[in-house]
Design a protein around this ligand. Structure first.
Ligand code: TXA
Ligand code: MG
Length: 341
């Protein structure tokens, strides 16, 4: 890493020029977005995009999302936008929303992993917006983490993991949302959620009508399965420690306390309200179960705390698979590698 900048309070013009210089030279910049941090590079350059794949250890067939600053830039990168797609763009961009569209040739084939489509997102975070806007460079940026590990939502959590893999790091504080964008592809005029995120099924239904959910969201997908979104195939968000997810039920706390009677080397990832009810001194607080936004914001840094507990097993409390809860459970099920009771 050549540069480490702190823009928590404000964007510094001179440093901004340095970040742009890194990107123009096909380097990698760790930048905040409103969802999670991203490892960003010039989306028009094969050389730059290849560096993202090797920095993350990412499978070659898993395409990147390209970030734009405004609609003008978006229209230069994609083609054949349908009426439904246009409505989605008008309603959800800028924001935590990614739309899969037909790509123009200028986008690097490395970014699209050889596909004719590309995921496009217009982040609302002012730091990444300003970098794209001032440089005029669309940025390919996957979540900031080594592939398979939980996404990074603050610089402290990912500094050691990524400091030697990128050319510059911009600290923009904690990400406001904390869970990745909703990835949508319009299939036969129906918006289909390939990855649930902060924008919920309900949010989309309100502006478009019918919405479909990929049937793979909670399935164990293997390497050779054919999926709409290659990211679903891989181990994801997982701590090194073995994790079990306890589905939401009336007995959730009894189930956990019973496991705690048998197993000794255990930590719990649970809700603030349950801390006193669960018999453990290794409790990681994900936030209040009444506040899904708070849980979403804490989810990845909480998952990252598990490995620091030096235990053999982590038990995670689940939420109802509804609204933002669906997206939270998607991440937790994957973090537990489908170990759900
Ligand atoms: O919030 C976010 O989306 C963050 C921030 C940095 O913008 N980015 C992010 O990127 O989460 P990544 O690469 O970690 O996850 C992108 C997901 C992957 O599951 C990938 O398979 C899917 O989107 N995806 C990307 N392009 C696609 C395409 N053309 N078709 C289908 N799925 C695609
Ligand atoms: Mg990711």
């Amino acid at each position: 890493m050549k540069y480490l900048f702190n823009w928590e309070k404000s964007i510094k013009e001179e440093e901004l020029n340095k970040v742009i210089e890194v990107l123009k030279n096909n380097g990698l910049a760790l930048l905040p977005t409103e969802t999670v941090y991203g490892i960003a590079a010039n989306a028009l350059s094969d050389e730059a995009c290849k560096k993202i794949f090797s920095a993350k250890g990412r499978a070659q067939d898993n395409p990147l999302i390209v970030h734009v600053s405004d609609k003008q830039m978006l229209y230069k990168l994609v083609k054949n936008i349908s009426e439904v797609e246009q409505k989605l763009i008008d309603n959800f961009m800028p924001g935590p929303f990614t739309l899969i569209l037909e790509k123009q040739n200028i986008i690097s084939n490395t970014a699209s992993a050889g596909n004719s489509t590309i995921g496009i997102r217009m982040p609302s975070n002012s730091i990444i917006h300003e970098v794209i806007n001032k440089s005029g460079i669309p940025l390919a940026a996957p979540s900031a983490n080594i592939s398979g590990r939980p996404s990074g939502t603050n610089v402290k959590d990912i500094f050691d993991e990524l400091k030697d893999k990128v050319d510059c790091i911009v600290n923009g504080g904690e990400c406001k949302i904390g869970i990745e964008s909703t990835v949508v592809k319009v299939i036969n005029d129906v918006p289909t959620i390939l990855r649930p995120g902060f924008i919920t099924e309900d949010d989309i239904e309100k502006v478009i009508g019918k919405v479909a959910l990929s049937d793979k969201l909670f399935k164990k997908v293997t390497k050779d399965d054919k999926v709409e979104s290659p990211g679903m195939k891989y181990r994801h968000y997982a701590p090194k420690t073995k994790c079990i997810l306890v589905s939401k039920s009336e007995n959730q706390i009894n189930i956990i306390n019973n496991i705690l009677k048998k197993e000794k080397s255990v930590c719990i990832l649970g809700f603030s309200e349950d801390k006193e009810k669960i018999n453990t001194n290794k409790f990681i607080d994900m936030g209040s179960k009444e506040n899904l936004n708070e849980i979403a914001q804490n989810i990845f840094s909480s998952l990252r705390k598990i490995d620091k507990q030096n235990v053999e097993l982590a038990i995670i409390e689940g939420v109802e698979k509804k609204d933002l809860g669906l997206s939270i459970m998607n991440r937790l099920v994957r973090a537990c590698e489908n170990n759900v009771i």
